[in-house]
Design a protein around this ligand. Structure first.
Ligand SMILES: [Fe+2]
Length: 195
């Protein structure tokens, strides 16, 4: 018999509220970038959508920095000079509700930056000031065996793509659809509700 909770809009909305609430609560923060974190999230999702990505990648783009708002990870680089590991925190936060197609690109998006800094000429020079600062705290460009290990990640390609959107989603002159636009897309990706 199907789980009645699966299609219960109350449960579904409560789960989406939990997922979206950190962005709504703390999205006005900048974390050293020119635009707000809210604007960054919706621009990132819009870029994924315009690129023709699957819903899971659009969700990953929208939610990739949610870990910045958990335990104040986003302020760690600027305030304490430490790495808040927001990619790990964010993936863990999302994992009760979304599968690896969403959580893995999120978890790997910092590794993708470190990877691209190692293998792509000119990539590092194009990073924002805040991204360059956090790169150093995150361990700098990947080196040695870590490069091949990253390439063997099952969600390697998606992680790189997400990183491209992440880097581009910092425009001060681009208004895009709001967060709520993505609720139906996110709802369709929800894992079965826990019993
Ligand atoms: Fe980001």
């Amino acid at each position: 018999m199907p789980d009645a909770k699966l299609n219960d809009p109350t449960t579904e909305n409560a789960r989406l509220d939990r997922v979206l609430s950190p962005i709504l609560a703390y999205g006005a923060r900048h974390y050293g970038e020119a635009i707000t974190q809210y604007a960054h999230a919706v621009q990132c999702a819009r870029l994924a959508q315009e690129h023709g990505c699957a819903p899971a990648m659009i969700a990953a783009a929208l939610l990739h920095d949610v870990g910045q708002f958990i335990d104040d990870a986003g302020n760690k680089a600027e305030q304490d000079g430490s790495d808040g590991l927001h990619e790990e925190t964010g993936a863990a936060f999302l994992s009760p509700d979304f599968g690896p197609e969403v959580t893995e690109p999120v978890r790997l998006h910092v590794g993708a930056k470190r990877y691209l800094c190692a293998v792509e000429e000119g990539y590092r020079a194009g990073l924002s000031t805040a991204s360059e600062l956090s790169l150093q705290l995150q361990g700098g460009p990947l080196a040695g065996d870590a490069i091949a290990a990253f390439e063997s990640e099952p969600f390697f390609a998606d992680a790189l793509l997400l990183r491209r959107f992440d880097d581009a989603a910092k425009r001060t002159d681009w208004a895009v659809p709001p967060l709520e636009t993505y609720r139906p897309l996110l709802a369709a990706l929800l894992l079965p509700a826990p019993a």
